[in-house]
Write a protein that binds this ligand. Structure first.
Ligand SMILES: CC(C)(COP(=O)(O)OP(=O)(O)OC[C@H]1O[C@@H](n2cnc3c(N)ncnc32)[C@H](O)[C@@H]1OP(=O)(O)O)[C@@H](O)C(=O)NCCC(=O)NCCS
Length: 164
């Protein structure tokens, strides 16, 4: 992997990160969002993860190649020690180590902030993401059967977890 710069996201990354994300909203089942995000919505999403939660951006040759985020896992307060990750790499940069670098970094951020568990919820046939998470130490917890529906198909969710 050559020349990947990892840094915290800023609202100025809204357009680039929204474009990467929205391609998956409209083109795949890896996110359970059905409606694309505007740049303004993405900027608000980034701002809401600029404190104890964070979004990390990967730059390659000065361009945003991907991002990873920490989000709250559940609303109820006793879950506050747990976060959920998400990770999106631009189609042109997949398979070059950007995803692994992002996931390792966002796990390091979660550890540094004092979180205790990181959860990953992955559409069940998504081998690339399941292998990526396993490569970084996540363990398989279980499968939620047919909890999602997108583009005319029931979707299982694989749940993976890393205790910090
Ligand atoms: C899943 C995703 C983040 C992987 O990122 P990436 O930058 O392509 O992955 P990397 O090149 O860093 O690969 C790291 C590891 O992931 C696994 N992996 C990545 N792509 C894979 C593929 N197509 N098939 C199988 N395993 C794969 C491998 O274990 C790989 O390690 P290896 O190269 O030593 O074999 C990327 O494909 C992506 O952004 N997809 C669209 C968005 C998405 O699905 N996000 C996750 C939602 S849960």
């Amino acid at each position: 992997m050559m020349g990947v710069l990892l840094r915290p996201a800023t609202p100025a990354d809204a357009a680039a990160t929204a474009a990467i994300y929205n391609a998956e909203v409209t083109g795949s089942r890896v996110t359970f969002d059905l409606v694309t995000r505007t740049v303004e919505e993405q900027a608000a999403w980034l701002r809401s993860r600029s404190g104890v939660l964070e979004v990390v951006v990967a730059e390659v040759d000065g361009e945003v190649a991907g991002f990873a985020s920490l989000s709250p896992y559940r609303d109820r307060p006793a879950y506050r020690t747990t976060v959920e990750d998400s990770i999106y790499v631009h189609g042109d940069h997949r398979g070059t180590g950007v995803g692994r670098a992002l996931l390792e970094e966002i796990v390091a951020v979660a550890r540094e902030r004092g979180f205790h568990a990181v959860m990953a919820r992955i559409v069940a046939d998504h081998t690339a993401s399941i292998r990526l998470h396993a490569a970084v130490g996540f363990e398989h917890v279980g499968v939620e059967r047919e909890v999602g529906r997108k583009f005319g198909r029931w979707l299982d969710v694989t749940v993976m977890q890393l205790l910090l």
